[in-house]
Design a protein around this ligand. Sequence first.
Ligand code: PAZ
Length: 320
Amino acid sequence: MDSRNGPEAPQESNVKSFFNSAPPLRDGDLICNKLKEFMDRISLSSENGSPVRVVCVTSGGTTVPLEQRCVRYIDNFSSGHRGAASTEYFVKAGYAVIFVYRRGSCQPYCRYLPQDSFLEFFDLTEDSTIQVCQSHATMVKKAIRDYRKAVEEGLLLKIPFTTIFEYLQILQMVAKSMSWTATRGMFYLAAAVSDFYVPWESMAEHKIQSAAGPLDMRLTQVPKMLSVLRKEWAPSAFCISFKLETDPGILLQKADMAMRKYGMHVVVANELATYKEEVIIVTKGRRTAVRRHNKETDLEEQLVYLLDEMHYEYIKQGGA
Ligand code: PAZ
């Protein structure tokens, strides 16, 4: 039912109550200014004579806090590797990228730097200056050059999130700031987003105490924001969501359903056991498997290449 003429549909009121009860972003004004600056610059640039395409890449898992002064939280599986790698290939393809990432997750152009043995990358010279070990120098030089180029050309904006509350508020801000891009906008939603959460107003303020015995907790369903994104926030953008399952028997059926139910243009289906080696691109009436060629290549390179072509077609046809 149309809310202008009668009571709100349940989904609509769930979306409202999610945003009304979410703690406001601490750095909301800063994000808003950064987005404005980024978009102003991009709107003046061109890509081979045509206006630049813009993609919002989401990456990493959202957390669900269990306490307002959070000590414990539920997390979602995602290292952020897919989003980081894809960002590099989108920049290479000429897109301006807004990289919305989980704090501490994998970053574009830093994917090869070891996180656990970072110091092994460096040598101390006799005069105590620090230099990158010769064995890694080529890789680091390339990463620095590519990163600087992306930043200097104004093609990369990074915005961090941690909780589901932050993620959805940021996604909404980004979507609204991209409205001027119309069909030239793309959403590539690789983040692993919580399906359930504890509403802020019903959350314990302080650390939950174990002395009270076993913990019973009721989680509320996170409203399905993909359909809100498609219908309200960015109706002309090209939208790609990801579907991860552990049971191969239901994966494609769930991907088809996500496409129909939320109006996605593409759903990228992957299975936990093989997601680094294979994904299936699901579109209306078509399934295309994308496999990693070997350990030296990224599956994301082929994936981004195919999505870039599909987006180009979408723009040519005026969106649909
Ligand atoms: O971040 P990562 O490279 O470790 O993993 C990527 C992924 C499996 C989280 C992504 O491909 C994906 O499927 N994201 C959506 C997950 C979901 O169904 O919520």
